[in-house]
Design a protein around this ligand. Sequence first.
Ligand code: 57M
Length: 358
Amino acid sequence: MLQYFLFPLHEAHSFFNIFKYITFRTFGAALTAVIICMIFGPGFIRLLQKKQIGQSVRDDGPQSHLSKKGTPTMGGGLILLGISVATLLWGDLGNKNIWIALLTTLGFGMIGYVDDYRKVVQKNSKGLSAKKKLFFQILIAGSVAGILYFFRETPPVLKFPFFKDWSLDLGLFYIPFAMFVIVGASNAVNLTDGLDGLAVGPTMITASTFLILAYCAGHVKIAEYLQIPYIPGSGELSVFLATVAASCLGFLWFNTYPAQVFMGDVGSLALGGALGVVSVITKNEFLLALCGGIFVMETLSVMAQVISFKMTGKRVFKMAPIHHHFELKGWAEPKVIVRFWIISILLAIVTLSTLKLR
Ligand code: 57M
């Protein structure tokens, strides 16, 4: 929005030219988002405490979590505030990708909000039933996938990392595939959000990585040099992803161990939806699975545990998701968290290396 008011001033002062550059607006968006989260964080936490929006903790989990009972949750509202304000201020609101990414994020956040509200405020431990949660996720993801397919500017192809000449035209199957990626990413981040900062760290790292990928895909010369698909208008997603990464950074200030606030489903479902939709727009679905490997590992650990228990009555892990397994092995919570962050950073480096290794 700022560029509409300030860029025209470049006729009087050439300084205002700067507002048309994605790079400048990306930095401005990041700074705005992190400042919003840091400034409003303490007051937001006090508001959650005043309204007694505290986490209930299941007694069948690790005993170390029982002390977390009552921790303010639904802090994801602060993340979404940072993302929304910074994107509306610094994004090019004439770019459809910005609106698709922001509205998908807020739509998934709304699903999480209803679940959190029922669980925490209405004290209904079931919250939004799994079926209803999945229904609304599929509804939003299906709408987004349909828009991306029927109003596409590039063929609905699936791209493969490391193999620049490989691409698979999905045709109409693009729609269910895109839905799977968006809903899967949302639920994967949700499952991962089970230790202080465990979800927000890899989300920040993945968003930062995809910021670079989106910028490259939206820059015709860079895309040509790197031999990656040129996706017109995707460069603007760098601004959106900067708000995601920076809002996560600001939220981490309060969510780091020992957490003063949890993000709640309002945050985890939204952040996963954001990463999913951006990966679909930039045709980097496989790179999301690579860079977001922590989320994939957490989800696969649950699937393995449930299948194994149902088929053999035996557990693969001491407890799933896998972060609880390491806790029960005696790793201190911060050790699990930081080691998962380290893995996430290594996966981000490998992901960026695929830009050249192809
Ligand atoms: C999302 N929610 C955390 C917090 C956060 C099928 C099964 C794998 C489902 C899974 C489940 O319930 N997942 C829900 C994980 C919860 O965090 C809240 O939820 C929001 C995210 N959605 O923002 O509001 C707890 O996580 C801890 N936490 C922190 N710091 C944070 O910054 O310490 C969260 C954020 C919080 C807090 O204790 O209460 C969660 O874990 O529920 N179920 C599980 O993950 C359970 N695993 C399990 O049942 N495993 C079984 C089978 C089903 C695979 C097995 O291994 O045999 C574990 N979670 C709990 N208790 N709470 C273990 C049992």
